[in-house]
Design a protein around this ligand. Structure first.
Ligand code: ADP
Length: 243
């Protein structure tokens, strides 16, 4: 039934760079409203998988379907318009613009673009969501690492995604800061109905919020299930120990 259609589905997605198979025939389905962790040692293909979904790369083979729509042939900006958003591990805000202006910009250029004035007003809600209200008029390059990550998160949300790909936010944060991020990810799903795929190495962060995790090893999907089960999987363990 249409009600069971996954929000995102990968069918045998392969990404090859010369002889190096970075993503090896990965198939998976994620339903709307799920929060899914994506784990695997360095070099296992997590970022490349994100790049295939968000169309930074065109997969060598296989298909990505978003709400049933085949993304083949679409450009990165078209996929973003459809509702696939993304945060980057190393955020690059416009340093000489304020926090509020950084969020207002995507609001001025979306599918239903706002006037600069309305965008600045609406930006406040996202800034507040990211716990950055006290920094609203601060230049982005004056922010701490954690604040930059929060700004990056708010920016991605301002693009109004239906699916948000989150790349490693917890590294370098204190447990209290990690907890705040976990709460934000949960709220993104609960309040805005956003589906989330979260690449994260810190399992104690993932376990607070994910419904399930998918594990990659040398580009292949090797486990898919509850975090508690997946971390006991022999292949998952040996992949981490060997790396
Ligand atoms: P992870 O995010 O899990 O650390 P990556 O997706 O970054 O892993 O990398 C998976 C593999 O793909 C690695 O072997 C990496 O060198 C390779 N790779 C990623 N991007 C490129 C690229 N643009 N050109 C060549 N090889 C790449």
């Amino acid at each position: 039934a249409a009600g069971n259609m996954p929000l995102i589905e990968l069918r045998n997605v392969r990404m090859q760079f010369g002889g190096n198979v970075a993503v090896n025939d990965v198939s998976l389905k994620i339903q709307a409203g799920e929060i899914v962790g994506l784990i695997g040692p360095n070099g296992s293909g997590k970022t490349t998988l994100f790049n295939c979904i968000s169309r930074v790369y065109t997969p060598t083979a296989g298909k990505v379907l978003f709400a049933g729509k085949d993304l083949s042939g679409l450009r990165r900006d078209q996929v973003a318009q459809l509702g696939i958003g993304r945060t980057y591990q190393i955020p690059r805000p416009f340093g000489d613009l304020t926090v509020q202006e950084n969020i207002a910009i995507p609001l001025m250029f979306g599918e239903s673009p706002l006037s600069p004035r309305d965008a600045m007003r609406e930006a406040r809600a996202f800034v507040e969501f990211a716990d950055l209200s006290h920094r609203l008029r601060e230049r982005a390059d004056a922010l701490s690492v954690q604040e930059r990550k929060a700004l990056e998160f708010a920016r991605a949300l301002a693009c109004k995604p239906r699916l948000l790909l989150v790349d490693e936010v917890a590294s370098g944060l204190t447990p209290a800061e990690v907890k705040r991020f976990v709460d934000q990810i949960r709220h993104v799903r609960d309040r805005y109905g956003v589906t989330v795929i979260w690449v994260e190495h810190i399992f104690s962060a993932l376990e607070q919020v994910v419904d399930r995790v998918i594990a990659l090893e040398q580009g292949s999907l090797i486990a898919d299930g509850h975090l508690s089960e997946v971390v006991q999987d022999e292949r998952v363990l040996s992949g981490y120990l060997g790396s």
